[in-house]
Write a protein that binds this ligand. Structure first.
Ligand SMILES: Nc1nc2c(ncn2[C@@H]2O[C@H](COP(=O)(O)OP(=O)(O)OP(=O)(O)O)[C@@H](O)[C@H]2O)c(=O)[nH]1
Length: 550
């Protein structure tokens, strides 16, 4: 993207065409907002509102809009009452002069005003071309805001998310990212790395003929301490980006249990409709049935799956090839989920197939919630208490994640929460909450600022991980053999091993390779620059392309 001169600094030189677009949705409405950005804003104003003065900056003024006077045609009225706002550069959304027309929202009026705008182009007497006013391309206002330093890349990514947010949690997440604080933090980190690199470079260039207050070993140790601290903060960002991604793309929940345990019944109770077939026949659900739902503000994708049982003879039933395939898919879906709901029939023993799969899921860091179902069939509720202990000893699931429910509404309909389904849902939502809460590094005095790191996108997460690798290379180069950070899989929201571990004693430092160390810092700083879009890589066009495509 060509970088135009800063608006306001060299008035009249900036020759980008003035752009305009309908900023509200098309179709009939009470009001339609047309936004115009560029140096021809004032020409457009005087063309549409002849013989009136430009409104006071940032103040709305009521105006009649006319077709521009193009002799011999007479000027005609376009809209009898429009609100007009003028924003002078550079403190505007695009960094350029901006004009906003709030016109009556009838499609014919909007069309007429949009047609009149390019006719207001200056006639060339001021050295400008006639064709300098045109309809904006998709996302062009935002592109200009970026080019004029009014928005950074993380803000633009959040803007895309703000516009597509469909649940309350997605909205909160995207709003956090629209402030510039995320980019400001990346920029602070980059500055710190550049300073550290500068110190090392000085050591490389001048250490032989100059006297330094600090010995090379002491200097490296102090930089290593800072870098180590920074690495911990970046790791927290990476974890939080993964957590934020759960809010953005939805939490994947899998219903796991033996055949007939009541998985489809529970799914139907959660979503409040007959999304899955419920039958007395074991093995009714053969394939994965996926249902998307907004649960308490969280976007959730719930998968109802085939019940697990061993191949071969089970009672008088034979597990056929189709059911076996369904079982394999169910296991796979469980392993790919973010939350596993184990549904168990309270009147039966725990199935070994189910416990084995559950253990595999737990070892991957997948959160587990247990629903002991069909409690309406128990005459004595005493055995229920044993389930909490059994789930804790068999699977290590805490007691507050074990719920006793009934999916048969009629059997307990007289109570306020028939079948404890509400209680179960609240427990589920608590699980979502803890999975998506921001992780705060131990050293952080103000935990609230870490909320914003949830807004870090997948692109930012990947680049941060790359940056951490360079910092690890730096620490190795200066001889600080800290444990290498466990790389987080994108689904794993647990803090990495050694998250709060402090750096070892600088005295323990081994061999120092300052050249490699300085180069690692340079690469780390460059990676951070790519996040904010101020680097020299092609990320900017790529990100803008992805955002504007939407
Ligand atoms: N009494 C009682 N019956 C239930 C309850 N939940 C489910 N059922 C019954 O148990 C049977 C099986 O329920 P489903 O929901 O189809 O069970 P499933 O786990 O999806 O079964 P598969 O698809 O075979 O894996 C049906 O007859 C349900 O009506 C409950 O809480 N109490």
């Amino acid at each position: 993207m060509p970088s135009p001169p800063k608006c306001g600094e060299r008035p009249g030189v900036y020759n980008e065409p003035t752009i305009y677009a309908l900023s509200t949705a098309t179709g009939r409405a009470a009001i339609a907002v047309i936004r115009i950005s560029g140096t021809a804003c004032t020409n457009i104003y005087h063309g549409l509102c002849p013989e009136t003065t430009l409104p006071k900056p940032r103040h709305a003024a009521l105006r009649k809009l006319y077709t521009p006077h193009l002799p011999p045609s007479p000027s005609t009225l376009l809209d009898s009452g429009a609100l007009v706002l003028y924003f002078p550069a550079p403190h505007t959304v695009t960094g350029e002069p901006v004009l906003e027309l709030h016109v009556h929202g009838g499609p014919a009026i909007v069309r007429a005003v949009l047609t009149a705008i390019p006719q207001c182009a200056p006639d060339g007497s001021h050295g400008q071309l006639k064709a300098s006013i045109r309809y904006a391309e998709a996302g062009e206002f935002t592109r200009r805001a970026f080019a004029n330093n009014r928005m950074d890349l993380p803000q633009i990514e959040s803007l895309g998310e703000t516009l597509s947010a469909s649940t309350e949690q997605q909205r909160k997440l995207s709003v956090r990212g629209t402030t510039s604080s995320l980019a400001a933090r990346y920029e602070d980190w980059r500055t710190l790395l550049l300073q550290a690199r500068g110190e090392l470079e000085a050591l490389i260039d001048f250490s032989e003929d100059q006297h330094f207050d600090e010995s090379p070993a002491t200097l490296c140790a102090s930089v290593a301490t800072q870098v180590h601290q920074l690495t911990k903060q970046m790791e927290a960002h990476v974890v939080n980006a993964v957590r934020g991604e759960l809010l953005r793309s939805g939490i994947s929940v899998a219903l796991l249990g033996a055949p007939n345990a009541g998985k489809s019944s529970l799914l139907n109770r959660i979503v409040g409709r007959e999304a899955a077939i419920v039958s007395q026949e074991a093995g009714t659900t053969r394939d994965v049935v996926e249902v998307g739902i907004d649960l308490g503000g969280w976007l959730v994708k719930i998968g109802d799956m085939a019940g697990l049982r061993r191949a071969g003879l089970v009672g008088s039933d034979i597990v056929g090839a189709v059911e076996q395939q369904g079982i394999e898919r169910a296991k796979q879906r469980a392993l790919e989920s973010d939350v596993l709901i184990i549904v168990h029939d309270a009147t039966t023993e725990l199935d070994s197939e189910v416990t084995e799969t559950a253990k595999q899921c737990i070892s991957l860091g997948i959160n587990v919630v247990i629903a002991i179902n069909k409690i309406d069939r128990l005459s004595n509720l005493q055995p229920l208490l044993d389930w909490k202990g059994q789930m804790s000893s068999t699977l290590g699931v805490p007691a507050d994640r074990v719920f006793f429910i009934s999916c048969v509404e009629t059997s307990v309909a007289h109570t306020k929460d028939p079948g404890n389904i509400q209680l179960f849902m609240e427990g589920l939502i608590e699980t979502f909450k803890s999975m998506t809460a921001a992780l705060v590094p131990d050293s952080e005095p103000d935990p609230s600022i870490w909320q914003e790191s949830l807004g870090a996108t997948e692109r930012q997460r990947v680049l941060l991980s790359e940056c951490i690798s360079h910092l690890e290379a730096f620490l190795i180069a200066v001889g600080h053999n800290i444990p290498i950070v466990t790389k987080l899989e994108s689904k794993d929201t647990r803090p990495p091993d050694g998250f709060s571990q402090a750096l070892g004693d600088p005295e323990d430092a081994g061999e120092v390779d300052i050249v490699v160390a300085a180069e690692s810092l340079r690469l780390a700083a460059e990676t951070l620059a790519r996040i904010t879009g101020r680097g020299e890589s092609g990320d900017v066009e790529e990100v803008l392309g992805v955002v504007f495509e939407k």
